[in-house]
Design a protein around this ligand. Structure first.
Ligand SMILES: [Zn+2]
Ligand SMILES: [Zn+2]
Length: 169
């Protein structure tokens, strides 16, 4: 199972991709107080802020701690080497790519096919039908529709076949 987790906002929109596995764990001692600390470094990708390193600091043996974020260029060279060797960059990148791909696919269906299931085709020529014959209820395109003027404001829409029959009468 991947250590990468996606944090969603409301509407299921991804906000943060986070590698739960630290790429670096630093233990150090505060010489003044004598306390032992653990710093854990995790890579995260924020869709708003980009690539960030989350540093969590806790007292040795305790559960909770404080955490803050820095951009990778704020890390020292040694920490960056740990990051490079951890596989965290590749894991995060693969996940972000996957999410972007899904978003792009969703965008395609939203922007290029807003009609979707409601698309109808002209019974004469098969192109997109925007009209319906009021007599036989068949779908017709612009070219195969006849708009008959009426004494009211709205013209009546017929297919050619029905229009001819109506005229004959
Ligand atoms: Zn047509
Ligand atoms: Zn008709």
């Amino acid at each position: 199972m991947s250590s990468v987790r996606v944090v969603h906002g409301k509407d299921e929109i991804p906000i943060i991709v986070r590698d739960e596995e630290p790429f670096l764990i630093n233990r150090w001692r505060d010489v003044e107080t004598g306390n032992e600390y653990v710093n854990e470094y995790r890579l995260i990708f924020s869709f708003r802020e980009g690539l960030l390193v989350e540093i969590t600091q806790k007292l040795e043996g305790s559960i909770g701690g404080i955490s803050w974020e820095v951009t990778p260029n704020r890390l020292d060279l040694e920490s960056l080497m740990w990051l490079m060797g951890s596989g965290s960059l590749e894991r995060i990148r693969a996940k972000v790519k996957e999410i972007m791909q899904q978003l792009t696919e969703n965008l395609d269906s939203l922007f290029f096919d807003p009609i979707g299931d409601r698309r109808r085709s002209c019974y004469v020529c098969g192109s997109d039908a925007l009209h319906e014959c009021i007599r036989c209820n068949k779908d017709v395109c612009d070219q195969h529709a006849v708009f008959a003027e009426t004494e009211y404001e709205e013209p009546l829409t017929y297919c050619h076949e029905c229009f001819d029959k109506v005229i004959e009468k």
